[in-house]
Design a protein around this ligand. Structure first.
Ligand code: NAP
Length: 259
């Protein structure tokens, strides 16, 4: 067991993280590697190895909107490590940003394909895997405060994240009796390329942009480490006093920021 502050990661446990080439996904991968997990990491660009460490880490170029490629990747991780214990659907895009009437049909479709279909494919692949071997599993679908708050300028993003929450609720209900626990996790505001894009958007296209500029200025962002620690507590926490309700499906990482 590699234990850290009430978290007991079973020896040899394996986690998959999508969208691990940068941003929150890369931060989750680094924290998971430090916690002793073996990892399957993917994104369109091959993710870097956390800490330059290659043993126990499998990396690949995968577009999560391509269900067959994602399934092939999952099979490869299982061939290599024998099983997958935890699966984090983190890959996501923000665009198109601006009034829906100004968005291209291709842009709207792409957002839903990556943020919602990608999560649906990953969730289904992982649920099938859990059914294929003994023991349960932990699914974490990265959501957003935008799942609940209707931000002007983010119609596709808000819709996709609301879909992620509801998809996760249904999957959690379907799979609980088979030992699969499923969570939708809103991480709070994290400093990533996506967040830089949020701040760079003119208020005419995204009226809430100044709020994110102010959160950044006043240093009220969450960190990937905090999100990783919350996700690990959900998955492997053994302390009943950590205030996390593991029976709830939709979670938000406590933080000082907003969405
Ligand atoms: P980011 O910095 O833009 O990183 C996005 C990651 O997803 C990258 O690794 C990217 O890698 C990957 N990705 C994008 N499209 C993909 C695709 N089609 N297939 C596979 N991988 C893909 O964004 P982030 O801020 O880290 O966001 C990560 C997650 O957190 C997203 O789901 C986002 O909605 C959510 N979130 C973020 C914030 C925040 O404040 N940052 C707040 C709430 C929720 P490639 O380009 O190499 O594919």
């Amino acid at each position: 067991m590699a234990a850290a502050r009430g978290i007991a990661v079973p020896a040899g446990a394996v986690a998959v993280v999508t969208g691990a080439s940068r941003g929150l996904g890369a931060g989750l991968a680094a924290a998971f590697a430090s916690a002793g997990l073996r990892l399957g990491l993917c994104a369109r660009h091959v993710p870097p190895s956390p800490g330059g460490r290659d043993p126990g880490i499998t990396r690949a170029s995968v577009d999560v909107a391509d269900a067959d490629a994602l399934e092939k990747f999952a099979n490869h991780v299982v061939e290599k490590y024998g099983r997958i214990d935890m699966w984090v659907n983190n890959a996501g895009i923000l665009e198109p940003v601006g009034a829906l009437r100004d968005a291209s049909f291709a842009g709207i479709r792409r957002n839903i394909e990556v943020n919602l279909m990608g999560v649906a494919y990953g969730s289904a692949i992982f649920a099938r895997h859990v059914h294929s071997r003994p023991g349960g599993g932990i699914l974490v679908n990265v959501s957003s405060g935008a799942a609940k708050h209707p931000y002007e300028g983010w119609a596709a993003y808000c819709a996709s994240k609301a879909g992620v929450d509801q998809l996760t609720e249904v999957l959690a209900a379907e799979e609980a009796r088979f030992g699969l626990r499923a969570y939708a996790l809103a991480p709070g505001v994290i400093e990533t390329d996506m967040q830089a894009l949020v701040r760079a958007t003119p208020p005419e296209r995204f009226p809430a942009a100044p709020r994110f500029v102010e959160l950044h200025r006043s240093g009220r962002f969450n960190s990937a480490e905090r999100v990783a620690s919350y996700a690990l507590s959900l998955a492997f926490g053994e302390s009943p006093g950590d205030d996390i309700d593991r029976d709830a499906v939709v979670h938000r990482v406590p933080g000082r920021g907003g969405e």
